[in-house]
Design a protein around this ligand. Structure first.
Ligand SMILES: [Zn+2]
Length: 203
């Protein structure tokens, strides 16, 4: 284990505690990764409780998500791989199953539009409330290679989304660091709860 890996692993462990405290990784759901300087990933092993991660629950894979030992990385590793390959500046990918994301992803048709919110300025490249961002919603699929291909196809033709939802499942979100990505999660969750509240009132 080198120092770079250990530092990244401890940031992922901390992120797990943070997200578990906000009830965003119920049961053993969610998975987290960070990118190392040589392109390898530090990623959560399959099945661990994300609120109580131990150093041995974070493993190293190559840039294609292949294990260096016998441990099995998260079942959704290929979705992390897709994001790192698509966005070279990204160094962290966090996946969580928040209540808001799960419900909203089932109500939305194809995408969620977030418009005219001050908090949109939390996202990269946004400097005014007077705009909108589109969060795509992909159908859930237990076939992760097929889901990764679908996400990849979307990203080849649409401008870079800041995150995406999987219907009835949760969200994937990414950033230049674990800390930055946690801030994006806070902003996204707040906006998702605004959207859900608006739908409730307007019903
Ligand atoms: Zn999941």
């Amino acid at each position: 284990m080198n120092q770079e890996f250990e530092q990244l692993a401890s940031q992922l462990i901390e992120a797990g505690g943070n997200l578990a405290a906000k009830s965003m990784v119920p049961a053993t759901s969610g998975n987290f990764s960070g990118k190392l300087a040589n392109g390898d990933m530090a990623i959560t092993v399959s099945g661990a409780d994300k609120g109580y991660l131990l150093p041995e629950n974070i493993m190293r894979t190559n840039a294609d998500g292949e294990s260096y030992d016998r441990r099995v990385p998260s079942a959704e590793t290929l979705l992390h791989v897709q994001i790192y390959k698509q966005f070279p500046h990204v160094n962290a990918v966090l996946h969580a199953h928040s209540l808001n994301a799960t419900v909203l992803s089932q109500l939305a048709q194809g995408h969620v539009v977030l418009a005219n919110y001050e908090l949109l300025k939390a996202f990269p490249g946004v400097d005014t409330h007077d705009t909108q961002i589109e969060i795509p919603v992909f159908g859930n699929d237990q076939n992760i290679p097929r889901l990764a291909r679908q996400v990849d196809k979307y990203m080849q033709v649409h401008s870079a989304p800041v995150a995406y939802l999987i219907a009835g499942h949760g969200f994937y979100i990414w950033g230049r660091s674990v800390r930055e990505t946690l801030i994006y999660i806070d902003a996204m969750e707040f906006l998702f709860s605004c959207e859900l509240m608006k739908r409730r009132i307007m019903q």
